[in-house]
Design a protein around this ligand. Structure first.
Ligand SMILES: [Zn+2]
Length: 234
């Protein structure tokens, strides 16, 4: 009976805290975390959120009128962050997104530039993809940020109308032009006059963030900032 109980407790704990580190898949995670201490020490933090203009905002220069923006980590091929994002997107480990959001949120709310944010808005996934995955990874990041920053988040402020994956046959230029009709603002009235933090998982070309950011900045009195879990170098 005692053995059974111990096993049952272990099973429950496994659901809450993983037995192996999500990054290296080898070490035991720090209690209450998904990653081991060694991996956490190695994570490539960008530390750019304290500067209003930085390597993140530079990407959007002349493309989106941004208040500020930052990524928590650098995104490198074969790196630990890539493994974390992979687990978050394709292995159902949505708590990774929430946990990273909480950690980054604690840093952002300590930074003057992010103190007047009114609302966090995640980049939406196409409904069909969301159904297959079961969740939007950006929602998970937004949820963690919201919790740590004490700022509300709204999943359906933006709406994705078309799936970009159906456009892969088209040329790059045509695809970019097409991106313009992919996203729509759904709840304009609650966004008016607000400082909005637009969030996504990884910044790569920035095309998605550009379109979403522009839709939001067109709203009367709106101020837009951005945050992502990671950013790929160009
Ligand atoms: Zn590890």
């Amino acid at each position: 009976m005692k053995k059974f109980l111990t096993q049952a407790i272990d099973d429950v704990l496994d659901l809450i805290y993983p037995r192996i580190c999500f990054c290296c898949q080898e070490e035991t995670p720090t209690p209450g975390e998904n990653t081991c201490l060694e991996c956490r020490m190695q994570l490539p933090y960008t530390n750019i959120h304290k500067q209003r203009t930085n390597s993140f905002t530079e990407r959007f220069l002349g493309r989106v009128p941004l208040h500020t923006g930052a990524s928590y980590y650098h995104y490198k091929k074969g790196g630990l962050v890539r493994k974390l994002i992979y687990q978050l997107k394709y292995h159902g480990k949505k708590e990774i997104g929430v946990e990273i959001g909480r950690a980054y949120g604690r840093e952002l709310i300590d930074t003057e530039l992010y103190k007047d944010i009114d609302l966090i808005v995640p980049v939406p996934l196409h409904p069909q993809r969301k159904r297959t995955r079961g969740y939007n990874q950006s929602d998970m990041f937004a949820m963690g940020l919201s919790e740590a920053m004490g700022i509300p988040w709204k999943a359906d402020a933006l709406k994705r109308i078309k799936s970009t994956s159906t456009q892969t046959q088209k040329g790059k230029f045509e695809r970019l032009a097409n991106m313009d009709n992919v996203f729509k603002v759904k709840s304009e009235s609650i966004l008016r006059g607000k400082h909005i933090l637009l969030v996504d998982d990884v910044l790569t070309t920035g095309a998605t963030m550009e379109v979403c950011g522009n839709r939001l900045s067109e709203i009367r009195g709106a101020k837009v900032s951005m945050a992502t879990i990671a950013m790929a170098s160009q």
